[in-house]
Design a binder for this molecule. Structure first.
Ligand code: NFE
Ligand code: MG
Length: 576
């Protein structure tokens, strides 16, 4: 008889995720991924001005913020035929890339590292030996000093002595599978605190180009800022100097701190390259930060890799990506589609609430066919992994030189095969690899290209020719697929008589956290836990192992279940 285990809420994520598990002899045999949170954005957009959609969709999330805005304006531009100037596109790229760097750093240190790093063990470390450990793993981060490590050890001791663990409350610090020596734990906790300080500067670029962060300002047809190196009231030489410094600091942090820490920690937990394999299919439209409105020629210049998919873990074969093959199933969701349909493509997607679950508080949801608020996206009928792992695998398979170089180096130092990247540790490694590539691209390509254009006098950031609704077609549809921190994000819009007629978002965490489809095929979270019946769970009262695996996807449930509203669709539609 299987034991039943519930993790609710699963913490150190954005939003509310519940995981139900059945275990036998210390291994997970069944899993259900359950979005128990209720929100509403898509239906709010009906009948609104499409030029405002970015401001609403951006509020789907306080973590990835700008990505929904960029995806939205690109989809709307695609529909109405607007063409932003090249400098505006480069500004958007800089915003997307800097967000990706910040988001991955936050994920590794603040949301995921404590699955492997035991804070309570850090106080046993000797600060001098900690510096030796940092040197031994190749960390040249400027924060590595004996004084700093001693100070952090004393801070952690003070927190433990107070009995109030503050940000470290609720960890499974007594779990037997924390394996790092105290020196590694102390170093990682010091870097956790450094990263907390440091992640701010990675995102300041948003405040220059978008006025603020989170939720910077955008504009259909361009960007809502002015750039002129010679004018004090616009973005000028002073801000460009600041931006260059922030970008250089980001590269330094990722290179000297994040990458060595990631390799060292994953090296100690190497069995996690054989744990947590998920759906063997991968989708990406480019490197991190790419915004792809459907024309393969549109992003040739900016993304060195093409949109594509990989099926069945066959990394030697990249198939072309076809937007028409994306669909969303509601077989396991508390939603309904017209005519009893279970699947719709997003261009004609619906968001109709149909709650059939028990009245909370509930004990178990997985016995019902429907158990989540999340739709289940599919590509050509298959669940897909999206995110750093998909982008890195697709870039590797397409021979992107820097990706090949970094992946081969990491695989060699960890002594793992490419196939082992489909794993809990593989997803975490891919995120670190991608973070370095994003930082380097921002520093060496995107920002220099923007500055070079400026030097040539290109200060145009807005094309007004399609601003007036009278210049739009009577009816038009558009979409944009973007590569955002957690994976592939698409927005789909239909504009009719100057207003939004339909709007759908298909979000990375929806791709990943969605449940079973009408064929009873599990979604990626579920497969990572119960795909082979071997995922460990030693102590159900301290479910650290499944936490490691789910955290490797970096869940954002606020994004995943943006589709609903507590009062029903009609009320919100009437709001415009
Ligand atoms: Ni709320 Fe997001 C990202 C989007 S979600 S964080 O990255 O879109 O999966
Ligand atoms: Mg949606």
């Amino acid at each position: 008889m299987a034991d039943r285990v519930v993790i609710d809420p699963l913490t150190r994520i954005e939003g509310h995720l519940r995981i139900e598990l059945e275990t036998e002899a210390g291994a997970i045999v069944k899993a259900w991924s359950e979005a128990t949170q209720f929100r509403g954005i898509e239906t709010i957009l009906k009948d609104r001005d499409p030029r405002d959609a970015w401001a609403f969709t951006q509020r789907i999330c306080g973590v990835c913020t700008a990505v929904h805005a960029v995806t939205s304006i690109t989809a709307v531009e695609n529909a109405i035929g607007a063409t932003p100037p090249p400098q505006a596109l480069l500004i958007r790229d800089m915003i997307m890339e800097s967000l990706a760097i910040q988001d991955h750093v936050i994920h590794f240190y603040h949301l995921h590292a404590l699955d492997f790093v035991n804070v309570a063990n850090a106080v046993k470390a000797d600060p001098e030996k900690t510096l030796e450990f940092a040197n031994a793993i190749g960390s040249t981060w400027k924060g590595n000093t004996v004084q700093r490590f001693a100070q952090v050890r004393d801070t952690v001791q003070g927190i433990l002595d107070s009995g109030q663990l503050s940000i470290f409350t609720g960890g499974y610090w007594g779990h037997p599978d924390y394996r790092l020596p105290p020196e590694a734990d102390l170093m990682a906790v010091a870097h956790y605190l450094d990263a907390l300080e440091f992640q701010r500067s990675m995102i300041r670029i948003h405040t220059v180009f978008g006025g603020k962060n989170p939720h910077p300002n955008f504009l259909v047809g361009g960007m809502a800022c002015t750039i002129d190196p010679n004018r004090s009231e616009s973005i000028n030489q002073v801000q460009l100097g600041d931006i260059k410094n922030w970008i250089d600091e980001s590269v330094e942090f990722v290179k000297t701190c994040y990458i060595p820490d990631g390799l060292a920690i994953l090296g100690v937990y190497k069995d996690y390259f054989d744990i947590g394999a998920s759906s063997p299919n991968y989708l990406a439209v480019g490197l991190s930060g790419t915004a792809y409105p459907g024309d393969p020629n549109d992003n040739v210049q900016r993304s060195p890799i093409k949109p594509g998919v990989i099926f069945d873990d066959d990394f030697s074969k990249v198939l072309p990506f076809d937007p028409a093959l994306v669909s969303e199933s509601i077989a396991s969701a508390w939603l309904t589609y017209p005519d009893g349909k279970k699947t719709l493509t997003p261009d004609i997607g619906e968001t109709e609430v149909d709650y059939s679950g028990p009245t909370p508080p509930y004990e178990w949801l997985g016995d019902d066919d429907k158990y989540t608020w999340s739709k289940a996206p599919r590509y050509d009928g298959r669940p897909m992994q999206v995110g750093p792992i998909s982008r890195v695998l697709l870039a590797y398979a397409q021979g992107h030189p820097r990706t090949v170089e970094i992946v081969n180096g990491a695989a060699e130092s960890l002594d793992i095969s490419l196939a082992q990247l489909n794993s809990t540790a593989g997803r975490t490694l891919a995120r670190a690899v991608e973070c370095l590539i994003s930082a380097e691209r921002l520093a060496e390509e995107t920002f220099p290209e923007f500055v070079a254009n400026l030097k040539r006098g290109d200060i145009s950031v807005f094309d007004a020719s399609r601003w007036a609704p009278s210049s739009w077609p009577k009816e038009a549809s558009g979409y944009c697929f973007a590569e955002v921190p957690r994976g592939n994000l698409s927005h789909w819009v239909t504009v009719k008589n100057g207003k939004i007629d339909r709007y759908q978002c298909v979000v990375p965490t929806t791709w990943l956290s969605g449940g079973r489809d009408e064929e009873d095929v599990m979604g990626p979270y579920e497969t990572s836990l119960a795909g082979n019946g071997k995922h460990p769970l030693v102590d159900p009262s301290q479910p650290l192992e499944p936490l490691r695996t789910i955290h490797s996807f970096d869940p954002c449930m606020s994004c995943a279940v943006h589709v609903l509203d507590t009062d029903g669709q009609e009320l919100q539609v009437a709001e415009s």
